[in-house]
Design a protein around this ligand. Structure first.
Ligand code: PMP
Length: 409
């Protein structure tokens, strides 16, 4: 992406024009938490409410048919975006968290029994830990963890050893939201399958940032959130292989997920509706479709290449701030995330002072407390980058960090 294209992209995101304090423009470096939204996404949701609002899948009137068509078209766009074989493999959920919980409540509870093993990693977000901990406590299931190495990579040697214990499931993050590590997902899945396990990928930090092909990965499940990929909150995706989804019991019971209901029994609807009980997040689904259009319009390959250059630049600049340590691997293995410590200044103080300069970053454990424990850090400050960020914003971050240091010196 050229500087001119970035300028045009920034024009598409209305919020990037605002000031956060009088005379202080916003520098948004918190896209790993949630991304900003282009006008096309906001307008798509607006247009649905203004023009076509109706409940979907049931009504036989113009609005209901329009709304259903818009929502189902969004599903087709998502299916194409991740290269699913069919839109039946795309289940709309609220977010990554709900997608993972869906698998834990249905597939896992139908297939796992006491003593079975699930392999996770030390770099998981809480949403790919807690659902399995809950299951483990309920069913006496064993959890083992692929360790994170000192330089922020997964220890695949230990993974190979764990695989000899016949795991039933390997569930891991594609990209760490703290270290930024891009894990070798295809290889992890290949090894999981060779050991007879099912593989779930937490794609919350990968789907927004580079082209993902679920068939090439051979993922059994792939979960992600709309709000981190320039889409709205309240809409997420669970991709699952059709045969696996068909064999799974439904999740929530209610309207839309049924074919036939009698007083004492029901039969489940076909995919994907079997897993979508109740009125869907219709505007949000339509918004996600517009988000996919937006990202595809720019091109995922170009977004990834630009973020890589930007991350490299950020790591170079940050490495020259004395007392600052970025955790995680070098730029060649890293997505657009830089979590760091700055001398012994508390990350909350760092982020509060950066905010005075208009810079939005995140401070804390980033929903990855075990990972922070692994590196003996109570918290980090995290700057994260997306297609609308610029080198000038990173320069601004670095200057502001130098001021923070002076204040605490
Ligand atoms: N996994 C990872 C790697 C994440 O970064 C996040 C969001 N921080 C999640 C899962 C959870 O996403 P959500 O809150 O949208 O469910």
């Amino acid at each position: 992406l050229t500087p001119d294209e970035i300028t045009r992209i920034r024009e598409d995101f209305p919020i990037l024009k605002r000031e956060v304090h009088p005379g202080v423009p916003l520098v948004y470096l918190d896209s790993a938490a949630t991304s900003q939204k282009p006008a096309s996404v906001i307008e798509a949701m607006n247009a649905y409410y203004r023009h076509s609002n109706a409940n979907i899948h049931r009504g036989i009137h113009v609005l209901a048919e329009e709304a259903t068509a818009m929502y189902e078209e969004a599903r087709l766009k998502v299916a194409k975006f991740i290269h699913a074989r069919s839109e039946r493999e795309v289940i709309f959920t609220r977010n990554t968290t709900e997608s993972i919980n869906l698998v834990a409540y249905t597939w896992a509870r139908a297939n796992l029994k006491a003593g079975d093993l699930i392999i996770l990693t030390e770099m998981e977000h809480h949403s790919n830990l807690v659902p399995w901990q809950m299951l483990a406590a309920e069913r006496q299931i064993r959890l083992e963890f692929i360790p994170a190495t000192d330089d922020g990579l997964l220890d695949l040697e230990i993974y190979r050893q764990l695989l000899s214990q016949n795991p039933k499931l390997v569930s891991f993050t594609h990209v760490s939201n703290v270290l930024g590590t891009i894990n070798p997902a295809k290889e992890i899945i290949r090894l999981a399958h060779a050991a007879g396990a099912v593989a779930l990928v937490d794609g919350a930090q990968s789907a927004p940032h580079f082209a993902v092909d679920v068939q090439d990965l051979d993922a059994d499940f792939y979960a992600f959130s709309g709000h981190k990929m320039v889409g709205p909150t309240g809409i997420g995706v669970l991709y699952g292989k059709e045969a696996i989804l068909n064999a799974m019991p439904p999740f929530l019971g209610g309207g839309d997920m049924i074919k036939k209901v009698e007083l004492r029994s029901f039969s489940a609807n076909s995919l994907p509706h079997k897993f979508e009980a109740g009125t869907s997040c219709i505007a949000e689904g339509i918004g996600l479709g517009a988000a996919v259009d937006y990202l595809s319009g720019v091109g995922m390959g170009r977004i990834a290449a630009y973020e890589h250059v930007l991350t490299q630049y950020a790591l170079d600049r940050l490495s020259k701030v004395t007392g600052l340590t970025v955790i995680g691997p070098s730029a060649d293995r890293k997505g657009g995330v830089a979590a760091f410590t700055l001398a012994d200044i508390h990350p909350h103080d760092v982020s509060q002072l950066l905010d005075r300069d208009g810079i939005a970053v995140r401070a804390g454990h980033h929903c990855a407390m075990p990972l922070h424990q692994r590196y003996n850090l109570p918290a980090t400050t995290r700057a994260s980058f997306y297609l609308y960020n610029t080198r000038a914003e990173i320069d601004h971050l670095v200057q502001s960090l130098e001021r923070v240091k002076k204040l605490f010196a």
